[in-house]
Design a protein. Structure first.
Length: 128
């Protein structure tokens, strides 16, 4: 969401906006309801939407793939590289590593959340 939020021409609406900014309602899935704010004629609007989405895609692509300078890239770059070379065992290994890293990251953030808030925040203090 930070990448989409960087584009001032888009606004979130509906349940997505409530879920991200007002209250964290439990949901089975999260879709991104975006509204393009500038009111222009159709061709100009479509061009503006395409340009904004290209900027978002470039940022997300760089974030996922990392830098391939000198043959060294991130886990996303390795996954794409192994996929294109049909190296199935290495592809599964990078997928497993990415999953483990994701679980560790989420677990670390949850632990930090609990550690910082459990003793004083109203939502974390046990009610009797």
């Amino acid at each position: 969401m930070p990448f989409v939020n960087a584009e001032a021409c888009f606004a979130l609406k509906g349940g997505t906006a409530i879920n991200f900014f007002v209250r964290d309602f439990p949901r089975l899935s999260v879709d991104i309801d975006l509204v393009y704010l500038p009111v222009e004629d159709r061709p100009t609007t479509l061009q503006g939407i395409g340009t904004a989405l290209e900027r978002i895609a470039a940022i997300v692509g760089d974030f996922l793939a990392g830098s391939a300078q000198g043959g060294v890239g991130g886990i996303g770059y390795m996954t794409i590289s192994y996929f294109s070379q049909l190296k199935t065992p290495a592809l599964f290994a990078t997928g497993l590593v990415a999953c483990v890293m994701g679980f560790l990251f989420v677990g670390g953030v949850n632990w930090l959340h609990w550690r910082l808030l459990h003793s004083w925040h109203d939502s974390m203090v046990k009610k009797e």
